[in-house]
Write a protein that binds this ligand. Structure first.
Ligand code: GDP
Length: 444
């Protein structure tokens, strides 16, 4: 039995939630390793819609252990909102702390992080530096972590340490808030009282998550590492500075949990049959201006609006140059291919196979974001695949021949097998080609 990491291979919103939900059935432990409550998975339980931003979507599979590891920045207030809504919906029993655990080492998102995030975006929106964050305090919480003035989950359970850390953190923040942002200052006492209260409620959920994982590894219990956002949003390897604040690539699954490299045996990258991007930043295959009607059609049929923010997603053709980069930087061993159903009845389908820049052909993603902004995509134009019934497609052979050819083209270009083909949002609208949890999968 193997351990599998699932990561977004594009700019996020690839459909990780569905794949994680499917793979959760095969794992005993499901672990979030980076990001915060800026992930967004929509799940329907007993006819009720639940959007999870923080708790692993594996929570809906009875008997699974759901872990929030050290690499995550953790907002306790959001966490309890999600726990309460899951309990109210009857999705989980009355004792969720028995199977949801939060790392002692995870850094806490505090109200001042959200405040700073919002004020910073507001200020930047008047200039050119807007990142388009979800203003949930995630970036500022990671900043404090690296600046060594963060508050960790364990601190919420230690009143003296907590007070000292909060005092230290807000001293500088208040100078910034008053004089740079011209906003309200943070009052220590109410914040301290609120943190202690949240800490008390959190106590039964707090655990040494790394140790729980080590024990599971020793016992041969399969683990699913659940990535959030996407490769091109990685703080080190993405389109910096238009990125998120954490390592979204598979390496983040190791540092974000405290595991060694051998803990992960398969890395599955999720990609759509086209590309989307939320927020600002370079997007070589974007067609919002060049093929406006096609962009609007894809957005409408694919429901390309953010689950977390409702923001409109920018739409473009599949970018195989960027995807090849994702294969390399994550060490992908398999691909999950989503949403080909959205492109049904298109006469032709374009895929970008190289970029042009200043008369040169680029086969790789340039490191410099200013260059990436200037590239023009070179497309191969492939035949469309007409229509198919997603509910009836149980094997690849049930798909139109042109779609099968297209999948083979993508596999050959990237040198990675497609292990899962999603033909619709439903669980049953899936063709599982290879099982990454089995010992015979995939490339190694
Ligand atoms: P995530 O953040 O990567 O999990 O992606 P989102 O949840 O934001 O976006 C995925 C959306 O696409 C969800 O609403 C899914 O229900 C839906 N979805 C997933 N796979 C497919 C598919 O193959 N076809 C269609 N039409 N929708 C899909």
């Amino acid at each position: 039995m193997k351990n599998v990491a699932v990561v977004g291979a594009q700019w996020g919103d690839e459909g990780k939630g569905k794949v994680v939900d499917l793979y959760s059935a095969r794992a005993d432990l499901i672990v979030r390793f980076q990001g915060g409550n800026n992930a967004g998975h929509t799940l329907v339980v007993n006819g009720k819609k639940t959007v999870l931003h923080l708790i692993p979507s594996g929570v809906l599979h009875p008997g699974k252990i759901c872990l929030i590891a050290n690499g995550v920045v953790f907002d306790p207030a959001v966490f309890f909102e999600e726990v309460d809504s899951l309990v109210a919906a009857g999705a989980v029993g009355p004792n969720p702390h028995q199977f949801i655990k939060v790392s002692e080492r995870a850094h806490v998102i505090l109200p001042y992080h959200c405040l700073m995030d919002r004020l910073r975006e507001e200020k930047a929106s008047k200039g050119a530096g807007k990142i388009g964050t979800t203003v949930r305090g995630i970036g500022p919480a990671y900043e404090d972590k690296v600046a060594r003035r963060g508050v960790q989950v364990i601190d919420l359970l230690r009143p003296e340490v907590l007070r000292r850390k909060l005092e230290h953190a807000i001293e500088e923040k208040n100078v910034l808030l008053r004089h740079y942002f011209e906003g309200p200052a943070i009052q220590l006492e109410p914040l301290y009282a609120e943190c202690l209260k949240l800490g008390q409620r959190l106590r039964p959920f707090v655990a040494d998550v790394r140790k729980l994982m080590v024990e599971a590894l020793k016992a041969g219990r399969p683990i699913l590492f659940e990535g959030a956002q996407g490769t091109l949003l990685d703080v080190d390897h993405g389109t910096y500075p238009f990125v998120t604040s954490s390592n979204t690539v598979s390496g983040g699954a190791l540092t974000g949990t405290g595991m060694g490299p051998s803990a992960i045996s398969q890395v599955i990258g999720i990609t759509k049959a086209y590309t989307t991007r939320v927020g600002t930043g370079p997007f070589p295959t974007e067609i919002e201006v060049t093929e406006k009607e096609t962009a609007e059609l894809i957005r409408k049929v694919g429901v390309e609006f953010g689950a977390t923010t409702g923001r409109l997603r920018r739409v473009g053709w599949l970018d195989l140059v960027a995807l090849k980069y994702a294969v390399e930087v994550n060490g992908l061993t398999g691909l999950a291919f989503m949403k080909a159903d959205v492109l049904q009845n298109f006469a032709t389908i374009k895929v970008c196979t190289s970029y042009q820049l200043d008369g040169r052909t680029l086969l790789d993603l340039p490191s410099c974001v200013e260059d990436l902004e200037r590239v023009s995509p070179h497309y191969e134009v492939l035949p469309g695949w007409g229509s198919f019934d997603p509910k009836k497609a149980k094997n690849l052979a049930d798909l139109p021949r042109t779609l099968q050819d297209y999948l083979q083209y993508v596999e050959k270009f990237l040198g990675v097998p497609i292990v899962l083909m999603s033909t619709g949002p439903g669980r049953e609208e899936t063709i599982q080609i290879k099982d990454p949890f089995s010992d015979s999968c995939c490339c190694n």
